[in-house]
Design a binder for this molecule. Structure first.
Ligand SMILES: Nc1ncnc2c1ncn2[C@@H]1O[C@H](COP(=O)(O)OP(=O)(O)OP(=O)(O)O)[C@@H](O)[C@H]1O
Ligand SMILES: [Mg+2]
Length: 292
């Protein structure tokens, strides 16, 4: 299976939201990282065929997604960022409703609903109203509805928004369990959500695909460019202006900052440390600091 984005651009009025994105995706999990407004949702909606690009096209195995029509929707699962739940629906009713929208046969829909509610851990609340659910339960229901039709292409727009740490771990396992033979794209602001499960990381910045690669390949780019430095508390502000600081903490009454950049910081007490994906993210986005 090959999903191809061919020079996708999107303009809203004169705002360029996507600026010529080309990409080839195969079975695997793709983590789409980018700051607010980078274009993640726009790109995902175009991949789903619910938004037309201004230029370029999406092709599945060589055929344009919009031309594929129903055939494309049959293999697609989508969790929108602004997914509207129906608070007065019960979980099971909601799933059956979504199944009917997807055109699933009713006996199959019932069986699949039961199976999925089980998988996402909502069996016991199948007859409770969605309006009473926590954020995490709603997200799990959102993921369950997205995979009702056992999609080959699964698009999840910020599926971990509102999840607590335990739910995030559960979510990662859930996604991995669905991943076989699928193309999964999930967007997030949270690097750790994809660091462990994504086969490929895509970084989107201001409508451009800045870089892509495995976590290892990407972290390698900042190898030797990440330092931990011991500074004096009073120097923090000065260094904050000068360097991109990934992290800061106090240990044994000393201020320790984690710095990423091309230039070795002009600080006496420092050591090079192993890079993480978060360091790379900061390396690319540092000028947006405070506005991410
Ligand atoms: N319908 C629209 N009309 C005009 N501008 C839009 C519209 N939708 C999105 N934009 C603009 O396009 C850019 C990309 O938006 P998009 O929602 O795709 O970003 P995002 O990466 O999903 O952001 P977030 O992380 O906040 O969800 C932003 O500058 C946004 O303001
Ligand atoms: Mg978005």
């Amino acid at each position: 299976m090959k999903l191809e984005l061919d020079r996708i651009s999107k303009q809203y009025g004169n705002k360029i939201a996507l600026d010529g994105i080309s990409l080839e995706l195969q079975e695997g999990i793709y983590g789409l990282l980018g700051a607010n407004g980078a274009g993640k949702t726009t790109l995902m909606r175009i991949i789903c065929g619910i938004l037309n690009p201004t230029a370029g096209e999406v092709k599945l195995n060589g055929t344009n997604n919009i031309e594929m029509g129903e055939d494309y929707r049959d293999i697609l699962g989508y969790l929108p960022q602004d997914f509207g739940y129906y608070p007065s629906f019960k979980a099971k009713e909601f799933m059956l409703y979504m199944a009917s929208l997807k055109g699933l046969e009713s006996n199959y829909a019932k069986m699949r609903t039961e199976e999925l509610l089980q998988i996402v851990g909502l069996s016991e609340v199948a007859n409770k109203k969605v309006g009473t659910f926590s954020g995490g339960m709603k997200q799990r229901l959102g993921i369950a509805q997205a995979v009702l039709n056992d999609p080959k292409v699964l698009i999840l727009d910020e599926p971990t928004a509102g999840l607590d740490p335990k739910e995030r771990i559960h979510f990662r396992k859930l996604i991995s369990s669905f991943a076989e033979d699928k193309i999964i794209i999930l967007s997030t602001h949270i690097v750790s959500d994809v660091e462990q499960i994504a086969d490929q990381i895509l970084i989107l910045k201001k409508g451009n695909l800045l870089t892509q690669g495995t976590v290892m390949e990407l972290t390698d780019r900042v190898r030797g460019k990440v330092w931990e430095c011991v500074i004096d508390n009073s120097e923090l502000e000065q260094f904050s202006n000068k360097y991109s600081i990934v992290n800061q903490h106090i240990q044994n009454n000393q201020m320790i900052i984690r710095v990423v950049g091309d230039d070795e910081p002009d600080i006496k007490n420092k050591k090079v440390v192993a890079p993480t994906l978060e360091d790379l993210y900061m390396y690319y986005f540092h000028e947006n600091e405070g506005r991410m």
